[in-house]
Design a protein around this ligand. Structure first.
Ligand code: NAP
Length: 482
């Protein structure tokens, strides 16, 4: 007997709204596997969600921090207790391997727990006035109703790192997850609902970016927008929010450099590059896509990296032993294959990169390494967002730093070296929001700020204690005893 395909609706004002229009959520490892039908809402659902959030805001913003702590802590506990099951769903809908998916789910649970604690630590400033008998306090207040728009590549961690601080600091939220991966966001909504989140404090509206996302960004009742996704969409959203005087933060793409100097330890550099470039199918904003390698180590590095890259096992995300899961969908795969063709047309030597068959019909691609490239090529200027990396040969550390910085992006950057001097110079002078020494450019902690510079990020930082900047606004209060 065929399994019934479940239908998942939006959560608006504390009610699950059955999906009238829905979209099939398809497993990229096996396109015969339909995970469920998820709501594809229109702008009227956003109106209802924003109205519910506005109604809930007054009471929620005044709740005791203990209430907010307990809610977020309970959600964290629930996600961590279900991490295997949720990880399976994540691997099925997004295509990262099961261990990666369980790792991401764990991170989401930890993020909820971290911000549960932060709800109890909202600090202000008490200062002496320049005038006698007056006290001055700078206090933090929630921004209001925030719109959260998230991409498909971290379908549980990114919603978590926006929802948790939004609620911790007393805001109400409307989340629009990526249309390709709504399942994990729906799980968070369930966890919040089951943990007793008051009606309207958190609302889930699934649907297309051009419809639901656009309606959130332009809605009068939305005070602030936190967006993660591509540079093109982020730039449009930042422009619109500027015009409408909404607070905005946009976390966008990268073209992250990983420098390998002659004095690097290959036992560190090769695994770091292999991980940074290809794990999670290269679908990470922090992926190492430009490997900037000094001449003396170049040939040994390339020989070993290409050998180990070609040995990576590409397959079904749920299969034990799979190291690289599928690309997320047909459109992303076509774009990756276009870049492989562009690499050839730019006279790079291409190793791998072809579409390959998997155990079932899906979107599988062999990892690709582009050799003999220079930093002016399109493959080194534009974010590919797939399992593709280029090697750029340089003669010294100074040139490596200049090439690393010669990009419109500035998210993450790494260097492999055994020289403290080179590591220190790179850490200080690289134009990136995050810098890694002898570590992959991807893979970060959940309790410290995450974000970039230049074309990668706009607005306040996300995560860690720094999230308070975006999700609160300050009020300066003067008081005289009279
Ligand atoms: P995307 O196409 O920009 O979409 C991101 C989100 O925006 C999706 O929910 C999308 O909805 C929505 N959207 C699309 N058009 C919109 C509009 N006109 N108004 C409002 N919302 C709209 O990005 P993606 O392909 O999902 O994600 C990949 C990108 O995210 C990469 O560039 C990657 O580097 C970046 N990323 C950055 C970070 C970071 O923290 N810096 C982290 C992860 C990923 P639909 O799903 O319907 O398209």
């Amino acid at each position: 007997m065929k399994d019934t395909i479940l239908s998942f609706g939006n959560l608006i004002g504390g009610q699950w709204i059955p999906a009238e229009d829905a979209r099939a959520n398809v497993n990229p490892s096996d396109t015969n596997d339909i995970i469920g039908h998820y709501a594809s809402a229109d702008a009227s659902a956003v109106d209802a969600a924003v109205a519910a959030a506005r109604d809930a805001f007054e009471a929620w913003s005044q709740t005791s921090p203990q209430v907010r702590h307990d809610l977020l802590d309970a959600v964290g506990t629930s996600i961590l207790a279900r991490k295997e099951e949720i990880g399976r769903l994540l691997a099925r809908e997004e295509g990262k391997t099961l261990p990666e998916a369980i790792g991401e789910t764990t991170r989401a649970g930890q993020v909820f727990k971290f911000f549960a604690g932060e709800a109890l630590r909202i600090a202000g400033d008490a200062q002496a006035s320049t005038r006698p008998d007056i006290d001055v306090e700078v206090i933090r207040e929630p921004v209001g109703v925030v719109g959260l728009i998230t991409p498909w590549n971290f379908p549980i961690a990114i919603p978590a790192w926006k929802i948790a601080p939004a609620l911790a600091y007393g805001n109400c939220a409307v989340l629009k997850p990526a249309d390709l991966t709504p399942g994990c966001a729906h799980v968070i909504a369930e966890a919040l609902h089951e943990a007793g989140c008051p009606s309207g404090v958190f609302n889930l509206v699934m649907g297309r970016g051009s419809v639901v996302g656009e309606a959130i960004v332009t809605h009068d009742g939305i005070d602030a927008v936190s967006f993660t996704g591509s540079a093109a969409t982020g730039a449009r959203i930042a422009e619109t929010c500027g015009r409408l005087r909404k607070k905005v933060q946009t976390e966008m793409g990268g073209k992250n450099p990983m420098v390998v100097l002659d004095d690097a330890d290959l036992d560190i550099a090769v695994p770091a590059c292999l991980n940074g470039a290809y794990f999670s199918t290269g679908q990470r904003c922090t992926a190492s896509s430009r490997l900037i390698v000094q001449s003396g180590i170049h040939d040994a590095f390339v020989e070993r990296l290409s050998r180990e890259m070609q040995a990576l096992k590409v397959g079904d995300a749920l299969d034990a032993g799979t190291q690289i899961g599928p690309v997320v969908d047909e459109r992303q795969l076509a774009s990756n294959l276009d870049y492989v063709a562009i690499a050839r047309s730019e006279a790079a030597e291409v190793i791998g990169g072809d579409r390959i068959d998997g155990p079932a019909p899906g979107f599988f691609q062999a990892p690709a390494l582009f050799l003999g490239t220079d930093n002016g090529m399109r493959i080194n200027r534009e974010e590919i967002f797939g399992p593709c990396a280029s090697v750029i040969r340089v003669t010294n550390a100074e040139e490596a730093l200049a090439v690393a910085n010669d990009t419109e992006f500035g998210l993450s950057a790494g260097i492999c070296t055994s020289s403290l001097k080179h590591a220190r110079t790179f850490r200080r002078r690289v134009e990136a929001g995050m810098v890694m020494v002898n570590l992959p450019t991807a893979g970060v902690d959940y309790h410290v700020p995450f974000g970039g510079r230049k074309g990668s990020s706009y607005g306040a930082r996300e995560q860690g204690r720094y999230a308070v900047e975006f999700y609160t606004t300050v009020k300066t209060s003067y008081i005289s005893a009279g």
